[in-house]
Design a protein around this ligand. Structure first.
Ligand code: ADP
Ligand code: MG
Length: 720
């Protein structure tokens, strides 16, 4: 059985170099070439049509069929010039992946290539294969996809892809994009009102996102020889390599040439699609890397993140590599995260999280800054739920990742500013600018020193001019956490606006009102502000004392989607109704159950059919040896000890797997999805996974390396 493993190792070691073809020396020659963006539209559309599209995008208004026809025709011609023959509505169903259904431009009736506005605007994919959490069966049998003009069309292979939302006929959102667009609109509405207290010229606030995506790269042959990686995206067994992260020499070290070629290759493809990839570096674990496109408008950045992952997976094939986006592909190694860098920027070009050199502007900065702290504090359970997944459960709370406790990190300087603002509650503020001085607001430096002194252990950190939501899982669609965050912020700002308006209407001076409200928020949100080591056990205890939630598993974390507060919150801003939330909740639970079920099956299969037979065969060799020694009248205690040890682990494995299978049988009878998910979490996974793994990993150390059937960590991680 070990034959397959060594064959894979040999294959991996003998890979020929794969050539990277640069389309041109200058990136500007090919950047966005495969994306039907603003530039292409401007070039190809009649000016008045182009203006209508721009207005529609900026104001979020509908597009007339006439305009759509015009866009469709231009897009088709553009795409065909680039070799496209078909088109697809590209959308993001709740499974987490992206989906598409291809149709040819060629119209057999007329005998020519056609693409009408109506097909651009709306399509009916066969929705039956996408999860709907019961919405479709209760309401309508089918759903439709609708064009999102704010995200440019793009070409993959010979297909024109049209970013769309996916909704049921009765209008319920069945995807990740529809609620995200609404949350972004909500934050725009609320933040614009807030900005107007400072600057009448602000008419729009746009949310921006820069996604740092972590991933592992392994050789394709080695990957294929690991059924667990193939089936579940992570290794369910595997002992730590002798040389792991201890040396810390990997971080920002040199990138292995094969991986470097792969990176350059996928970057070229990403750039062609208009994805502004910019940084590449090694991460903490061996064979772990990161890619971070420059930040973009949030909806676009979200699409681009999904697209980038697809592109990376496709290009990896050419290089005989596999990309692992799972949150925890290797136990004992750093997990994969996805830092969501988020900011709000006005149409006048002001980043609302950028401290300024003027104390007056800093009051506006503080308003947005403190409201974020408050939003995160008030909606921490929802934010926690928005990052919950079977994969992320292995990462959050494990010792080298943020805990499942949502806290905020703001750095020393801003902590001082807030403390001062809070403690000077009794200072008599008069009108006039020196109030800023009295309150310490004038002390906010334009460039924060803490910028560099980042707390990497915080799930939600302020990094100079943006917030970084770090607890997001690497395989997640960022639409969910970004919907939660922007909605939370929209709601918080709305409350702030209302209170401020009320005070002003009572005749209170505006700035004084603002300061008073901020003081209250600072006090109220203080429990979730934490500057220490988020990975420490002490923090878990302290957080509990502060009354912060620490929900460690997905099925329970997801409860937050259905609380009275959450339903009201989503409803207030028109982001999701209660049915949509229920459906989402159900689908997420089902996704969770499926994942754990698959892992459990893979574990059972590997243990029973690969590991136990190997261990028994090896044990027989040892028995033979022990007998031989005895026959020669020699001591054989070392060998008999090993036999005993192996036999113990085999037994644990056998019994463990049998019990786990029985458990699965039992829990599968549960009807209620939440109960089922909890049973999978506590009973199938909680009671068995670690025990089974422990025995299997011990056997890996005991059994002769020549015989071991599974590709080992050191081979997966160090051959490249
Ligand atoms: P680090 O690894 O130090 O956190 P990187 O430079 O790798 O930083 O990534 C930072 C990410 O944040 C990039 O995607 C970058 O474009 C993005 N970013 C920078 N400024 C902003 C901003 N104002 N709003 C949103 N994202 C931003
Ligand atoms: Mg970062």
């Amino acid at each position: 059985m070990a034959g397959l493993r060594f064959q894979a190792v040999l294959e991996a070691q003998r890979r020929p170099k794969v050539k990277v073809n640069f389309p041109s020396e200058k990136v500007s020659d090919y950047f966005g070439k495969k994306s039907f963006g603003m530039r292409q539209m401007k070039e190809r559309l009649p000016n008045e049509v182009y203006q209508r599209v721009v207005t529609a995008m900026e104001k979020g208004k509908g597009i007339s069929m006439e305009t759509a026809d015009s866009v469709a025709s231009a897009a088709k011609n553009w795409a065909m010039e680039l070799g496209a023959t078909s088109y697809t509505h590209w959308f993001q169903p709740l499974t987490g992946a992206t989906a598409e259904k291809h149709d040819s431009f060629f119209d057999s009736i007329s005998g020519i290539e056609k693409f009408k506005g109506s097909t651009l605007v709306q399509q009916e994919p066969d929705a039956s294969s996408f999860p709907s959490g019961g919405i479709r069966s209760t309401f309508e049998a089918r759903g439709y996809t609708a064009w999102d003009p704010s995200s440019p069309m793009f070409i993959i292979g010979t297909t024109l892809c049209i970013p769309t939302i996916f909704v049921s006929y009765t209008g319920e959102a069945l995807d990740n994009k529809a609620p995200l667009l609404k949350a972004v609109e909500a934050v725009d509405r609320a933040a614009t009102v807030t900005c107007k207290f400072f600057d009448r010229n602000v008419s729009k606030v746009t949310a921006f996102l820069g996604v740092e995506q972590e991933y592992f790269v392994v050789d394709k042959a080695l990957y294929s020889a690991r059924p667990d990686l193939v089936m579940s995206g992570r290794t369910v067994f595997g002992h730590n390599p002798a040389r792991g992260q201890q040396l810390d020499d990997h971080y920002f070290g040199s990138i292995p040439p094969r991986v470097y070629d792969f990176m350059r290759d996928f970057e070229i493809e990403a750039l062609k699609l208009g994805i502004p990839v910019s940084t590449r570096h090694n991460e903490v674990a061996p064979s772990q890397f990161e890619v971070a496109p420059t930040f973009e408008e949030l909806n676009l950045a979200t699409d681009h993140n999904s697209l980038l992952k697809d592109v990376m997976s496709k290009v990896a094939e050419k290089h005989n590599l596999k990309v692992l986006f799972h949150e925890k592909p290797f136990a004992g190694m750093n997990g994969n995260g996805k830092h969501n860098n988020w900011s709000l920027i006005t149409n006048t070009g002001v980043n609302l999280f950028q401290p300024s050199s003027s104390a007056r502007d800093n009051l506006q900065f503080l308003v947005f800054f403190v409201n974020t702290l408050k939003a995160v504090h008030e909606h921490s359970d929802l934010l926690r739920a928005s990052i919950a997944s079977a994969g992320n459960d292995f990462r959050l709370g494990a010792n080298e990742a943020p805990p499942a406790i949502i806290s905020t990190f703001i750095g020393q300087q801003l902590s001082m500013v807030l403390d001062e603002l809070e403690s000077k509650g009794n200072v008599h503020i008069e009108k006039g600018d020196n109030m800023y001085m009295k309150l310490g607001i004038d002390q906010i430096p334009e460039i924060l020193i803490d910028n560099t002194d980042r707390n990497r252990t915080s799930p939600f950190a302020f990094t100079g001019n943006k917030w970084e939501f770090r607890a997001v899982g690497s395989d997640a669609n960022v639409a969910q956490p970004m919907t939660a965050l922007n909605l939370a912020m929209a709601d918080q700002l709305t409350k702030f606006n209302e209170e401020l308006e009320k005070r002003i209407s009572k005749g209170e001076e505006k700035r004084i009102s603002i300061v008073k409200i901020l003081r209250k928020y600072i006090k109220e949100s203080k429990p979730s502000r934490f500057e220490g080591d988020g990975y420490s056990d002490k923090w878990v205890k302290d957080a509990e004392k502060r009354g912060l939630s620490n929900v460690k598993d997905t099925p329970r974390a997801l409860d937050a989607y259905l609380t009275k507060e959450t339903v009201a919150l989503f409803g207030r801003h028109g982001v999701c109704n209660d049915k949509e939330l229920e459906a989402r909740h159900d689908i997420m639970l089902e996704n969770y159950v499926r994942k754990v079920q698959i892992e459990s099956r893979v574990m059972g299969d590997l243990a029973l059919n690969h590991i136990i037979p190997t261990a028994i065969a090896y044990q027989n060799k040892l028995i033979h040896n022990a007998q031989g020694l005895k026959d020669l009248g020699m001591k054989n205690t070392a060998v008999t000890k090993a036999i005993e040890e192996i036999s113990g682990h085999i037994n644990t494995l056998k019994v463990g797997v049998r019990e786990m299978i029985d458990e699965r049988r039992k829990v599968n009878k549960i009807d209620n999805m939440r109960d089922l998910a909890i049973a999978y979490c506590d009973k199938v996974k909680g009671k068995h996974f670690d025990k089974i793994r422990y025995a299997a990993d011990k056997l890996e150390l005991l059994v002769d390396d020549e015989d071991w059937p599974l590709v080992k960590y050191r081979e997966l991680l160090f051959i490249r």
